[in-house]
Design a protein around this ligand. Structure first.
Ligand SMILES: Cc1cc2nc3c(=O)[nH]c(=O)nc-3n(C[C@H](O)[C@H](O)[C@H](O)COP(=O)(O)OP(=O)(O)OC[C@H]3O[C@@H](n4cnc5c(N)ncnc54)[C@H](O)[C@@H]3O)c2cc1C
Length: 568
C-alpha cells in the first residue's frame, strides 16, 4: 500500500497559471516582497515534509490509534516525534505574524500545506489543524496578559489548542451549553462541566494544551447570549496542572489517529477571552478559520482516494475495453474513466475555489482599498459554507466511488482505500454539520440582505472570467441562481419554513455553479500546462457528469418554491 505523495507541480500550476496568486498577494503590503520563487520553495519543502514524515504514519494512526489510560492519552507510535519536528521546523507558524514568532507568509501557502497534510494523514493533522483558529481568536479577543502568555506558544505550535464547545445536550444548538463559569475574587473564573467530542483534548504531542471553552456565568441569560469564552490551560505558568480531566476517548468509525475526548472541568481556573456574553462571536473567529480547513480536508482526502484509485486502475489488467485492440486496464473502461475524471474535476475545482478563498482572507485584512476589502469579505462569507459542505460531501461520496475502482480489493483493508472513506465521513458532521452550513448560506447570508451580496459575488466571479466563450455557460448558471434567489427572497417573506426545506439543494446548486466557474478558469489556461490533457480531461468530465446536476437542483428548489407560492 503506497502512502500519499503530494503532487506539488499541480498545486503550483493552479497557484500561478490559473489564479495568478503572487500578483494578488503582492498588492498587499505585508506580502509585497514575497515572490513566486519563494512560494514554490515553500510548497516544495512542505510537500517533502508531508511525504517523508507525515504520510508514512497514516496506517499506524488507523491501526494502533490513540490510547487512553488513567486520564492520559498516548498517541500512535511516531506521532509525537513527527509533531515535534513539525513545529520546530516552523510549519504551524507559516502564516502567523512575525511579532508572534510567525513567518508572515500568505494564507494560501498555509492552506496548501494543510490540504497536503490532511490528504496524507487526517488523524494526525487534526491536532495542528486547530492552531490557526485558536491563534486568530486569541489575537483578536484575548487580553494583553493572555496574549503575552499564550499567543506565540500557539502561533509557533509549541503548545497545541482545543475548541471545547460540544456538550451531551448541545451540539448544533450551542445555546444549550450548560458548563458554568463562576467569577472569582481575583478576576479569574472557575469552570465546571463536561465537554464531549473534543479533538485533541488530551495527548502527548505537545508539552501543554490550551483549551478554549464555551461556558456561562451564573445568572447570565439563557441561550447563546449568555455564553462567554474562557481559556484554561492544561498546565499553568507555575507548572501546576489544572482541574481538567480526560475521562475517556471515543471508539469511532474512523479517524483513529485523533483522540476524541470527553473532558471534565472541575472548578478549573480559567480566564475570559473577549467580552462577557460574546463567547460565540469570539468562537466564530475560530470556527470560520477551521471551516476553510475542513473544506481543505475534504479536498485533500478526495485527492488521496483518487491517487490510490488512479494508480490501481493503471496496474490492474482487465478484459478488453470497447474499441481496444488488446487486453486493457481498468483505467481504459469508460465507466471507470468517467468516475476517476469526475473526482479529479472536484479536486481541481475545489482547489481553485479554496486557494482563492485563502487569498481573499488576506485581501480582506490587508488591501489598501476599502471596497476591495469588503468584496473579499463577501467572497469568504459566502464561499466558506459552500466549500465546507460540498467538498466534505464529495470526499465521502467521491471517495466511496474511488473505492469502487478496486472492486472487492477496495473493501478489504490491504490497499488502504477504505480508511479514506471511514476517515472522511466525519468532516460532513463537525465544524457545523453540512445542514447547518446550508442554512448559514441561504438564510443568514444569501437571503439576509435580499440577495444583494450573493448577487454581487456572482457578478465579481463572472467579471474574473472576462468575455471568453467559456464565460457564457457560467454566466447563464449565475443568472439562474440570481433569479432563483430573488424568487426565494419574495416567497420566504410569507413562508417561514421554505428556506429550511430547500437550503441543501440550494447550496449544492451554488457549489456546482462555482465548480463550473473554476473549471472554466482551468480550461482557459490549460494549453500552457506541460500536459494539457491532464487538466482538460477532468474539465470535460465536469461538463458531462457534474454540471447537468445544476439544472436538477434548481428544479428541486423551483418546485418547492412554486408549491409555496401557490399556497400563499
Ligand atoms: C470526531 C469528532 C470530532 C469532533 N471535534 C470537536 C471539537 O474539537 N470540539 C467540539 O466542540 N466539538 C467537536 N465535535 C462535535 C461536532 O461539532 C458535533 O458533533 C456537531 O456540531 C453536531 O452536533 P451533534 O453531534 O450534537 O448533532 P445534533 O446537533 O444533534 O444534530 C443531529 C442532526 O440534526 C441536524 N440538525 C440539527 N439542527 C438542525 C437544524 N437547525 N436544521 C437542520 N438540521 C439540523 C444535524 O445537521 C445533524 O444531521 C466533534 C465530533 C466528532 C464526531
Amino acid at each position: 500500500m503506497n502512502a500519499y505523495q503530494p503532487v506539488t507541480t499541480d498545486r503550483a500550476f493552479l497557484l500561478h497559471q490559473v489564479l495568478n496568486a503572487p500578483a494578488q498577494w503582492q498588492a498587499l503590503a505585508p506580502f509585497a516582497e514575497i515572490d513566486a520563487e519563494l512560494a514554490d520553495q515553500v510548497l516544495e519543502e512542505s510537500g517533502k515534509f508531508v511525504a517523508e514524515v507525515i504520510a508514512p504514519l497514516n496506517r499506524v494512526g488507523d491501526e494502533v490509534g490513540a490510547r487512553w489510560a488513567d486520564g492520559a492519552v498516548t498517541m500512535a507510535p511516531g506521532f509525537r516525534d513527527a509533531y515535534q519536528q513539525f513545529w520546530r521546523a516552523g510549519w504551524p507558524a507559516l502564516a502567523a505574524d512575525p511579532e508572534h514568532g510567525g513567518q508572515g507568509l500568505p494564507a494560501v501557502l498555509e492552506a496548501q500545506l494543510y490540504e497536503m497534510l490532511s490528504a496524507a494523514n487526517h488523524g494526525w493533522t487534526m491536532a495542528p489543524g486547530l492552531l490557526h483558529g485558536a491563534y486568530e481568536c486569541l489575537k483578536h479577543h484575548g487580553s494583553d496578559e493572555l496574549r503575552a502568555q499564550y499567543l506565540s506558544k500557539i502561533a509557533t505550535g509549541e503548545w497545541l489548542a482545543t475548541m471545547c464547545l460540544t456538550e451531551p445536550q448541545a451540539g448544533s444548538d450551542l445555546g444549550l451549553c450548560a458548563t458554568r463559569a463562576a467569577p472569582q475574587a481575583d478576576g479569574t473564573h472557575a469552570i465546571s462541566g463536561t465537554k464531549i467530542f473534543i479533538s485533541g483534548g488530551e495527548h502527548d504531542l505537545s508539552d501543554n494544551i490550551v483549551h478554549l471553552v464555551l461556558a456561562r456565568e451564573p445568572g447570565s441569560p439563557p441561550g447563546p447570549k449568555g455564553l462567554s469564552l474562557y481559556l484554561v490551560p492544561k498546565f499553568y505558568a507555575d507548572g501546576t496542572r489544572s482541574a481538567v480531566v480526560c475521562e475517556r476517548i471515543e471508539e469511532k468509525m474512523g479517524l483513529h489517529g485523533s483522540p476524541t475526548c470527553v473532558m471534565r472541568f472541575d472548578d478549573a481556573r480559567g480566564w475570559i477571552v473577549g467580552a462577557p456574553g460574546k463567547g460565540l462571536a469570539a468562537m466564530f473567529v475560530m470556527m470560520n478559520a477551521a471551516r476553510l480547513h475542513v473544506a481543505l480536508q475534504g479536498i485533500g482526502l478526495l485527492d488521496a482516494a483518487w491517487q490510490k484509485a488512479d494508480a490501481y486502475s493503471k496496474e490492474r489488467r482487465q478484459m478488453r475495453a470497447p474499441g481496444a485492440k488488446d487486453t486493457s486496464f481498468i483505467a481504459d473502461h469508460p465507466a471507470m474513466r468517467r468516475l476517476l475524471d469526475t473526482q479529479r474535476a472536484w479536486v481541481d475545482g475545489g482547489r481553485v475555489l479554496a486557494y482563492q478563498t485563502a487569498l481573499e482572507l488576506d485581501i480582506a485584512r490587508h488591501h489598501p482599498d476599502a471596497a476591495r476589502r469588503q468584496q473579499a469579505e463577501r467572497w469568504c462569507a459566502l464561499t466558506t459554507p459552500v466549500l465546507k459542505a460540498a467538498w466534505t460531501h464529495q470526499a465521502f461520496h467521491g471517495g466511496s466511488d474511488c473505492l469502487q475502482v478496486f472492486g472487492g480489493h477496495g473493501y478489504v483493508r490491504e490497499w488502504g482505500i477504505e480508511q479514506h472513506v471511514r476517515d472522511a465521513r466525519v468532516a460532513m458532521i463537525y465544524e457545523g454539520t453540512n445542514e447547518i452550513q446550508a442554512i448559514d448560506l441561504l438564510l443568514r447570508k444569501a437571503l439576509a440582505d435580499g440577495g444583494a451580496a450573493f448577487s454581487a459575488l456572482l457578478d465579481d466571479a463572472h467579471a474574473a472570467l472576462g468575455s471568453s466563450d467559456l464565460a457564457a455557460p457560467v454566466a447563464a448558471r449565475f443568472d439562474r441562481l440570481q433569479a432563483l434567489t430573488r424568487e426565494l427572497v419574495a416567497a420566504c417573506a410569507h413562508d417561514k419554513q421554505l428556506a429550511y426545506w430547500v437550503a441543501d439543494d440550494y447550496l449544492r446548486a451554488v457549489a456546482i455553479a462555482l465548480l463550473g466557474w473554476a473549471g472554466a478558469r482551468i480550461e482557459a489556461v490549460a494549453g500552457a500546462a506541460p500536459d494539457p490533457e491532464r487538466w482538460l480531461a477532468p474539465v470535460r468530465a465536469l461538463g458531462h457528469w457534474v454540471l447537468p446536476e445544476f439544472d436538477m437542483r434548481c428544479a428541486i428548489v423551483g418546485q418547492r418554491l412554486a408549491s409555496a407560492t401557490a399556497t400563499a
